[in-house]
Design a protein around this ligand. Structure first.
Ligand code: 5GP
Length: 194
Protein backbone atom coordinates (compact mmCIF):
# COMPACT_ATOMS: atom_id res chain seq x y z
CA UNK A 1 0.00 0.00 0.00
CA UNK A 2 1.74 3.09 -1.26
CA UNK A 3 0.51 5.64 1.33
CA UNK A 4 1.60 3.31 4.12
CA UNK A 5 5.07 2.76 2.65
CA UNK A 6 5.47 6.52 2.24
CA UNK A 7 4.50 7.05 5.90
CA UNK A 8 6.96 4.38 7.04
CA UNK A 9 9.77 6.04 5.11
CA UNK A 10 8.89 9.58 6.17
CA UNK A 11 7.76 9.07 9.76
CA UNK A 12 8.96 5.64 10.89
CA UNK A 13 12.12 5.33 12.94
CA UNK A 14 14.42 2.33 12.66
CA UNK A 15 15.44 1.58 16.27
CA UNK A 16 17.57 -1.44 15.37
CA UNK A 17 17.87 -3.92 12.50
CA UNK A 18 14.80 -5.66 13.96
CA UNK A 19 12.60 -2.96 15.46
CA UNK A 20 10.70 -0.20 13.71
CA UNK A 21 9.03 2.60 15.65
CA UNK A 22 5.83 3.93 14.11
CA UNK A 23 4.60 6.04 17.01
CA UNK A 24 3.69 8.96 14.79
CA UNK A 25 0.89 7.23 12.86
CA UNK A 26 0.10 3.75 14.22
CA UNK A 27 1.28 2.82 17.71
CA UNK A 28 0.94 5.96 19.80
CA UNK A 29 -0.40 8.82 17.71
CA UNK A 30 -2.79 7.40 15.11
CA UNK A 31 -3.50 8.75 11.61
CA UNK A 32 -7.27 8.22 11.11
CA UNK A 33 -7.18 8.81 7.33
CA UNK A 34 -4.48 6.20 6.91
CA UNK A 35 -6.38 3.78 9.19
CA UNK A 36 -9.49 4.29 7.06
CA UNK A 37 -7.57 3.37 3.90
CA UNK A 38 -6.03 0.38 5.64
CA UNK A 39 -9.50 -0.75 6.73
CA UNK A 40 -10.85 -0.35 3.19
CA UNK A 41 -7.94 -2.32 1.73
CA UNK A 42 -8.35 -5.27 4.09
CA UNK A 43 -12.14 -5.17 3.74
CA UNK A 44 -11.94 -5.16 -0.07
CA UNK A 45 -9.64 -8.18 -0.03
CA UNK A 46 -11.88 -10.20 2.30
CA UNK A 47 -15.32 -8.79 1.40
CA UNK A 48 -16.62 -11.97 -0.24
CA UNK A 49 -15.27 -14.39 2.36
CA UNK A 50 -18.29 -14.28 4.66
CA UNK A 51 -16.39 -12.71 7.58
CA UNK A 52 -18.53 -12.49 10.72
CA UNK A 53 -15.96 -10.99 13.11
CA UNK A 54 -12.62 -9.21 13.13
CA UNK A 55 -10.22 -10.23 15.90
CA UNK A 56 -7.16 -8.32 17.10
CA UNK A 57 -4.91 -8.07 20.13
CA UNK A 58 -4.88 -4.99 22.33
CA UNK A 59 -3.71 -2.33 21.97
CA UNK A 60 -1.87 -1.49 18.75
CA UNK A 61 -3.98 -3.73 16.54
CA UNK A 62 -7.18 -1.93 17.48
CA UNK A 63 -6.98 1.08 15.13
CA UNK A 64 -6.55 -0.82 11.83
CA UNK A 65 -8.83 -3.65 13.03
CA UNK A 66 -11.64 -1.28 13.98
CA UNK A 67 -11.61 0.38 10.55
CA UNK A 68 -11.60 -3.03 8.87
CA UNK A 69 -14.54 -4.23 10.97
CA UNK A 70 -16.40 -0.99 10.24
CA UNK A 71 -15.88 -1.43 6.50
CA UNK A 72 -17.02 -5.06 6.65
CA UNK A 73 -19.99 -4.20 8.87
CA UNK A 74 -19.06 -6.79 11.51
CA UNK A 75 -18.06 -6.55 15.21
CA UNK A 76 -14.47 -6.11 16.33
CA UNK A 77 -13.33 -8.48 19.07
CA UNK A 78 -10.24 -7.39 21.03
CA UNK A 79 -8.23 -10.11 22.76
CA UNK A 80 -7.08 -8.84 26.15
CA UNK A 81 -3.55 -9.12 27.48
CA UNK A 82 -4.59 -9.02 31.11
CA UNK A 83 -7.72 -10.61 32.39
CA UNK A 84 -9.88 -7.74 33.65
CA UNK A 85 -12.08 -8.30 36.72
CA UNK A 86 -15.11 -7.65 34.50
CA UNK A 87 -14.20 -10.68 32.40
CA UNK A 88 -15.66 -13.15 34.87
CA UNK A 89 -17.17 -15.62 32.40
CA UNK A 90 -15.35 -18.53 30.77
CA UNK A 91 -12.45 -17.52 28.56
CA UNK A 92 -10.29 -18.95 25.81
CA UNK A 93 -6.62 -18.34 26.50
CA UNK A 94 -3.37 -18.70 24.61
CA UNK A 95 0.23 -18.09 25.56
CA UNK A 96 2.04 -15.55 23.40
CA UNK A 97 5.73 -14.73 23.49
CA UNK A 98 5.92 -10.96 23.06
CA UNK A 99 8.50 -9.75 20.55
CA UNK A 100 8.67 -6.24 21.98
CA UNK A 101 8.53 -7.18 25.68
CA UNK A 102 10.63 -10.36 25.31
CA UNK A 103 8.40 -12.23 27.74
CA UNK A 104 5.53 -14.68 27.61
CA UNK A 105 2.06 -13.28 28.21
CA UNK A 106 -1.37 -14.80 28.23
CA UNK A 107 -4.20 -13.50 26.07
CA UNK A 108 -7.91 -13.83 26.77
CA UNK A 109 -11.17 -13.85 24.83
CA UNK A 110 -14.58 -14.43 26.38
CA UNK A 111 -16.08 -17.71 25.22
CA UNK A 112 -19.44 -16.01 24.84
CA UNK A 113 -18.12 -13.75 22.07
CA UNK A 114 -16.71 -16.36 19.72
CA UNK A 115 -19.00 -19.00 18.26
CA UNK A 116 -18.45 -22.12 16.19
CA UNK A 117 -20.30 -20.45 13.27
CA UNK A 118 -17.90 -17.46 13.21
CA UNK A 119 -15.55 -16.90 10.29
CA UNK A 120 -12.83 -14.66 11.65
CA UNK A 121 -10.44 -12.18 10.07
CA UNK A 122 -7.41 -11.57 12.30
CA UNK A 123 -5.75 -8.15 12.08
CA UNK A 124 -2.53 -6.97 13.72
CA UNK A 125 -0.17 -4.03 13.36
CA UNK A 126 3.12 -5.95 12.97
CA UNK A 127 4.23 -9.41 11.99
CA UNK A 128 7.65 -10.41 13.35
CA UNK A 129 7.95 -14.03 14.51
CA UNK A 130 4.23 -14.68 14.22
CA UNK A 131 3.54 -15.47 17.87
CA UNK A 132 0.77 -12.90 18.39
CA UNK A 133 -1.08 -13.98 15.22
CA UNK A 134 -0.57 -17.64 16.03
CA UNK A 135 -2.00 -17.10 19.53
CA UNK A 136 -5.07 -15.50 17.97
CA UNK A 137 -5.54 -18.39 15.50
CA UNK A 138 -5.22 -20.76 18.46
CA UNK A 139 -8.06 -18.96 20.26
CA UNK A 140 -10.28 -19.05 17.14
CA UNK A 141 -9.61 -22.77 16.76
CA UNK A 142 -10.44 -23.46 20.41
CA UNK A 143 -13.90 -21.98 19.81
CA UNK A 144 -14.50 -24.18 16.77
CA UNK A 145 -14.73 -21.08 14.55
CA UNK A 146 -12.66 -20.73 11.37
CA UNK A 147 -9.89 -18.33 10.36
CA UNK A 148 -10.59 -16.54 7.07
CA UNK A 149 -7.17 -14.94 6.98
CA UNK A 150 -4.67 -12.71 8.70
CA UNK A 151 -4.27 -9.05 7.76
CA UNK A 152 -1.02 -7.43 8.81
CA UNK A 153 -0.21 -3.73 8.47
CA UNK A 154 3.58 -4.11 8.52
CA UNK A 155 5.29 -7.45 7.94
CA UNK A 156 9.00 -7.66 8.62
CA UNK A 157 9.59 -10.26 5.94
CA UNK A 158 13.13 -10.97 7.16
CA UNK A 159 11.69 -12.51 10.32
CA UNK A 160 10.02 -15.93 10.48
CA UNK A 161 6.37 -15.10 11.15
CA UNK A 162 5.14 -14.85 7.55
CA UNK A 163 6.66 -18.19 6.61
CA UNK A 164 5.37 -19.84 9.80
CA UNK A 165 1.77 -18.71 9.26
CA UNK A 166 1.71 -19.37 5.51
CA UNK A 167 3.20 -22.83 5.99
CA UNK A 168 0.28 -23.61 8.29
CA UNK A 169 -2.11 -22.76 5.48
CA UNK A 170 -3.26 -19.33 6.64
CA UNK A 171 -3.88 -16.64 4.06
CA UNK A 172 -1.66 -13.75 5.17
CA UNK A 173 -2.11 -10.34 3.58
CA UNK A 174 0.45 -7.69 4.49
CA UNK A 175 0.11 -4.08 3.36
CA UNK A 176 3.82 -3.30 3.63
CA UNK A 177 6.56 -5.94 3.59
CA UNK A 178 9.96 -4.89 4.84
CA UNK A 179 12.95 -6.76 3.42
CA UNK A 180 15.57 -5.22 5.72
CA UNK A 181 16.29 -2.32 8.05
CA UNK A 182 20.05 -2.09 7.72
CA UNK A 183 21.91 1.19 8.39
CA UNK A 184 18.74 2.81 9.67
CA UNK A 185 17.07 2.48 6.27
CA UNK A 186 13.87 0.60 5.43
CA UNK A 187 14.00 -1.53 2.28
CA UNK A 188 10.70 -2.97 1.08
CA UNK A 189 10.17 -6.32 -0.60
CA UNK A 190 9.64 -5.63 -4.29
CA UNK A 191 6.23 -7.04 -5.22
CA UNK A 192 2.73 -6.12 -6.30
CA UNK A 193 1.35 -3.35 -4.11
CA UNK A 194 -2.25 -2.81 -3.04
P1 5GP B 1 5.27 -11.42 16.62
O1 5GP B 1 4.28 -11.99 17.57
O2 5GP B 1 4.88 -11.60 15.18
O3 5GP B 1 6.68 -11.85 16.90
O4 5GP B 1 5.28 -9.86 16.88
C1 5GP B 1 4.14 -9.12 16.59
C2 5GP B 1 3.77 -8.22 17.74
O5 5GP B 1 4.92 -7.60 18.30
C3 5GP B 1 2.88 -7.12 17.21
O6 5GP B 1 1.61 -7.27 17.82
C4 5GP B 1 3.54 -5.82 17.62
O7 5GP B 1 2.81 -5.23 18.65
C5 5GP B 1 4.92 -6.19 18.12
N1 5GP B 1 6.02 -5.87 17.18
C6 5GP B 1 6.78 -6.76 16.50
N2 5GP B 1 7.74 -6.14 15.80
C7 5GP B 1 7.58 -4.82 16.03
C8 5GP B 1 8.29 -3.65 15.57
O8 5GP B 1 9.28 -3.69 14.81
N3 5GP B 1 7.82 -2.45 16.01
C9 5GP B 1 6.73 -2.34 16.84
N4 5GP B 1 6.35 -1.12 17.18
N5 5GP B 1 6.05 -3.43 17.30
C10 5GP B 1 6.48 -4.65 16.90
Amino acid sequence: MRELMKKIVEEGKVLSEHVLKVDRFLNHQVDPQLMKKIGETFANAFRHEGITKVLTLESSGISPALMTAYELGVPLLVARKRKPVTLSEDVYTAKVYSFTKQEETEIFVSQSLLRRQDHVLIIDDFLANGQAALGLTNIVQQSGASVAGIGIVIEKAFQDGGQLLRSRGFRVMSLARIASMRDGKVQFVKEVMY
